[in-house]
Write a protein that binds this ligand. Structure first.
Ligand code: HEM
Length: 360
């Protein structure tokens, strides 16, 4: 059986494992990266049910007891560190409510000029053949989220470095990376940006340290996803353009190919398959999106729907627009079909390199 979580380098248009996974049924049992079974949902209607099913928990406290927390890359449990991605039910709703006005569509739309200006400035600073995956796609979304939250501009390098360390970690690395993010969060809280606004809105009893963790979540979630999407977007814009570029790229190369983990609170039956208690469940977003039925789960669905969906799309549109308006002669330095991506299982796919001549 193929491994949907394997790290594999492929050509940009080479199919991954989604079709084979889907062919295996609406819910497929595979081997989890941390060992033992995982159930992957490959069918849209079932996926939407799973994403709103309160018999499934996001809290890693429900992860299989055999899993090593570090090998599995699990977040701290909700009891250790309450967050949007690990809470469910009323506690999650309260935290969502605290975040909601910050990321509402109209509010985010108000940053369109600022975001375009950042894109223009960062692209204009690049010269000669550049690898945009190295020099732009990580820095740009981090500059934007730092600016919005109130992290001082001279701390963006620190944010880039902290995100780069998020890949593989053990207890001591995790503590060090979290300390780096906490430092950024504390710097943001000294300013009057959205970070301070969030601190004023979180449910009573939320500690300063917990607010730091929430801010870490926003910074990291906005980087890992938008970074990858920007690579595919610019590659398509220059090598294989189409009308609805942002929508198509997000649907066809969704930056989160799987949802985050969910775990059954008790034994559950899904599509005739009996899952034991504490069974890990994922939704195959990439497979469902590309199956051809017009499904779009790029930003998830249900109560955990991506809070940054508006922001991410605005960032992508800004880059596409700035590229077209300011860099009309930009071209890929290698043929589009030769670009390579690395598929990294739950971490998503990212172009290995994106060599571009911005001025032709
Ligand atoms: C193209 C870019 C992005 C994609 C494809 C994406 C995708 C997703 C998906 C699929 C989920 C749901 C995961 C699940 O239910 O297991 C999610 C949740 C989330 N996203 Fe995004 N995201 C993107 C950008 C962003 C940005 C820019 C932010 C920063 C504001 C962000 C912050 C979050 C947060 C905090 C959650 C957790 C929400 C919750 O559990 O209530 N994302 N995202």
């Amino acid at each position: 059986m193929f491994d949907p979580f394997a790290t594999v380098v492929r050509r940009i248009n080479e199919p991954g494992t989604a079709a084979a996974l889907r062919a295996a049924g609406p819910i497929v049992r595979a081997e989890a990266p941390a060992g033992g079974p995982v159930w992957i949902v490959t069918e849209e209607a079932l996926a939407r049910r799973v994403l709103t099913d309160d018999r499934l928990a996001k809290d890693p406290a429900y992860a299989p007891p055999s899993w090593d927390r570090w090998a599995a890359g699990l977040e701290p449990t909700a009891a250790e560190q309450p967050s949007l991605t690990t809470l469910d039910g009323p506690a999650h709703a309260a935290l969502r409510k605290a975040h909601a006005p910050l990321f509402a569509a109209r509010r985010i739309q108000g940053f369109a000029d600022l975001i375009a200006t950042i894109a223009r400035r960062q692209l204009a600073a690049l010269d000669g053949p550049v690898d945009l995956m190295a020099d732009f796609t990580t820095r740009f979304p981090l500059t934007v989220i730092c600016e919005l939250l109130g992290v001082p501009a001279d701390r963006v390098d620190q944010a880039v470095a902290a995100c780069a360390r998020m890949g593989a970690y053990g207890p001591s690395e995790f503590a060090a990376v979290m300390a780096a993010f906490a430092d950024l969060a504390a710097a943001a809280l000294e300013h009057g940006g959205m970070a301070a606004e969030l601190r004023d809105r979180v449910p009573e009893g939320t500690s300063e340290e917990q607010v730091h963790y929430l801010l870490f979540g926003l910074i990291f979630a906005s980087q890992i996803t938008t970074d990858a999407a920007l690579g595919f977007l610019v590659a398509r814009a220059l090598g294989d353009p189409s009308d609805d570029l942002v929508g198509e790229v997000l649907r066809q190369q969704p930056p989160a190919p799987f949802t985050l983990w969910r775990f059954t609170r008790a034994e559950v039956e899904l599509a005739g398959v009996r899952l034991p208690e504490r069974a890990p469940v994922l939704v195959d977003i990439a497979g469902i999106n590309t199956a051809g039925a017009g499904a779009d789960l790029t930003f998830g669905a249900g109560p955990h729907y991506c809070i940054g969906a508006q922001l991410a799309q605005l960032e992508l549109r800004a880059v596409a627009d700035v590229l077209a308006a300011d860099f009309p002669d930009a071209r890929l330095a290698v043929p589009y079909a030769q670009l390579r991506r690395v598929d990294r299982g739950m971490q998503g796919s990212r172009l290995v390199e994106l060599p571009v001549l911005l001025r032709g």
